[in-house]
Design a protein around this ligand. Structure first.
Ligand SMILES: Nc1nc2c(ncn2[C@@H]2O[C@H](COP(=O)(O)OP(=O)(O)OP(=O)(O)O)[C@@H](O)[C@H]2O)c(=O)[nH]1
Ligand SMILES: [Mg+2]
Length: 319
């Protein structure tokens, strides 16, 4: 079962907000945590009432106040992502206190049980049919070779080498399933666009991963990784376009957001590259897809992604 991108909720939401822009808090572009404790406690209380997810607040190492935005960056409402079945109008808290840090993702009542307690490698499969058949929901990490898929997987599970990484592109070659908490899968895929690969191999790659996206019934969502330290690449735009066209639910994960040296990164900061990319793909989508900033070096975005995965997964399990 696939989750759609919620076009209906968006128009519903507009009724309640007459101004098109909201101010969202935002550590979006900064890593510092200087907000006073009193603000933290009010956000926690709000999240508790509004989201009705007590398990979220009790989750070890994952405090709600650390994953929500603090207002200082503007994102217009139509650029936010509302997870399915998000009761946008309920509760007294402003929407701005329900957005995951460094993202456009609104936290829903389905968020919870986000902590990774256990992670193990299950198997490497050469095609979709060979993938595990236990029916567990899964999320696939896809992106250009060397974008940081395996590194992100390791960051999410807090292990250095569960998935193998390399400076050389083309390290991951099969569909690799990792079982989390015995209840869901993270899937590491081979990268696309590896220039050194022969043309036939590249074509095969496209065929085999695209077959997986279309024919894997337990795939809850694809996580498309984009390197935010460099300007947008055509192949990434093509991929985003293909996923949108085929209505494959996706989240865009901007990687390497720790790389801030302008000279090495094509003259732009990660957040500038991110804006450019989002503008370029806007035309592919009817409603804004979810996106989030990450770094596997600083672990930026790790808890936020896990919460987002939990809300998609819990919704999927109930529908
Ligand atoms: N600075 C920085 N480097 C990163 C980050 N994520 C990954 N890297 C580096 O990028 C290189 C590639 O990382 P991988 O995780 O192996 O990339 P991959 O997408 O799995 O690559 P393939 O398996 O070849 O498709 C490694 O040298 C990583 O250390 C990040 O967030 N920040
Ligand atoms: Mg890899």
């Amino acid at each position: 079962m696939f989750i759609s991108h919620l076009p209906k909720l968006h128009s519903h939401f507009s009724i309640f907000y007459s101004t098109p822009k909201i101010i969202i808090t935002s550590a979006l572009l900064s890593k510092s945590k200087t907000t006073p404790v009193s603000h933290f406690s009010s956000v926690t209380a709000a999240a508790n009432t509004l989201l009705q997810t007590p398990e979220l607040l009790q989750t070890k190492n994952l405090e709600i106040e650390d994953v929500l935005e603090k207002p200082h960056v503007e994102i217009s409402v139509e650029k936010l992502f509302f997870p399915p079945d998000t009761d946008v109008s309920s509760g007294s808290r402003p929407l701005s206190s329900r957005i995951l840090k460094g993202s456009n993702i609104v936290l829903s009542k389905y968020a919870g049980n986000a902590q990774v307690e256990q992670a193990e490698f299950v198997k490497s499969s050469v095609d979709t049919e060979a993938c595990p058949s236990d029916g567990l929901p899964e999320f696939a990490l896809v992106g250009r070779s060397n974008v940081g898929k395996s590194s992100l997987l390791n960051s999410l599970v807090r292990r250095k080498k569960l998935a193998l990484t390399s400076k050389k592109p083309g390290k991951t070659q099969c569909i690799n399933h990792f079982r989390i908490n015995d209840s869901w899968h993270l899937v590491d895929l081979p990268g696309y666009g590896y220039a050194a690969a022969p043309h036939e191999v590249r074509t095969d790659w496209a065929k085999f991963t695209k077959d997986y996206f279309i024919n894997r019934p337990t795939l809850v969502s694809v996580f498309l990784l984009i390197d935010a330290s460099i300007p947008a690449k055509k192949i990434d735009l093509d991929y985003a376009s293909w996923l949108a066209e085929n209505k494959i639910p996706m989240t865009i994960v901007f990687t390497k957001c720790d790389k801030r040296k302008k000279k090495k990164t094509g003259g732009k900061k990660p957040e500038e590259n991110l804006q450019d990319f989002l503008e370029l793909i806007q035309k592919f989508f009817q409603t804004a897809p979810p996106w989030i900033m990450t770094s596997s070096v600083t672990n930026q975005g790790r808890d936020e992604i896990l919460l987002h995965m939990s809300q998609l997964r819990n919704y999927w399990l109930k529908h």
